[in-house]
Design a protein around this ligand. Sequence first.
Ligand SMILES: [Zn+2]
Length: 384
Amino acid sequence: MVKKDQLERYNLPREIKFCKKCTISNHRPRITFDENGVCSACNYAEFKKKVNWQEREKELVELCNRFRRSDGSHDVIVPASGGKDSSYVAHILKHKYGMNPLTVTWAPLLITDIGRQNWENFIDSGFDNIRATPNGRINRLITKLSFTHLGDPFQPFIYGVTNFPLRVAIEKNISLIMYGENGEVEYGGDMKNAYKPTREITDHNKHYFSGMPPEAWAEYGIKPNDLMYYMAPDFEKIIENKTEIHFMGYYRYWDPQENFNYCLKNTGFQCNTERTEGTYSKYASLDDKLDGVHYYLGFIKFGIGRATSDSAHEIRDGRITREKGIKLVKEYDDEFPSKYFKDFLQYCDVTEEEFWKVVDMWRSDKIWENYMGKWRLRKAVWNE
Ligand SMILES: [Zn+2]
């Protein structure tokens, strides 16, 4: 296990700066700040206000016309978890634009009750679905390895949600895959796809796999055969299938709160009865018991927790002020995900001691300082 400095590994600037408009810092990988100290996601949010959405919707109709089938077979793949965003995409494609979606789910690592319920409600609301459940033993093993070696237990899940829809597309001979928002653009990241509807297939490994594609785990004793299910299909097959990956966020104004309202009405979506740990919301990313540790590690590595991401987006959507956002970050960002902590340790087969060892290994001393025996952020949005 070789620890590489975070700043170097993710190519982060040495000096921590916070966006003048939201709560995000320049330590979010791939985010850029303009000369006025405003982040690329905030600038994109401004740009969204000027977009002619009627024109964009026309483009969506044209896209659907290009792929729609009339023989009853599926004509679009929607990667769907049963969460508010993917459910919204599947539902409007089917009911507003007359498409026949095949929804595709990669099973969460350790599903929560509410996650299972929402997924079932979604299917019951009227969708065909293919669900992939990978080998449990291997899934746990890669989760543990990626927790230790990448500081993020979510890697096997990210492989699945990224690559499995591509596999199904080829198997079922469906060329269109429709995702929700382009996270890189909406939340800050690589802006090269900001002004077009599609994602380039060749970007996959670069953006999502932190330089560790599935096959890289063979080095840690996992048989190549056991890694197959996580891998992308052959590039030639993707091209041969004329596969296109599009984002609904390009065609329709993307607002997570509106998606939530839509799904309450249309897909049987339910939010949690309690607030999600590490943030103040009840409706986002609530289907995996390992979510909490995934976000907590992001907080350790980049100083960016869940409340930062949520508040930054809500500020951009004009739902809260920056002052309010800063308060929420101060209150919730550093909250430890204790609810499913025992489940996490058991799932990964690590002791509590080993857990903290890994956490501290990923704690950059450029971001953190030890003060009177306790770790604290050198610079936070509330003490700029
Ligand atoms: Zn910003």
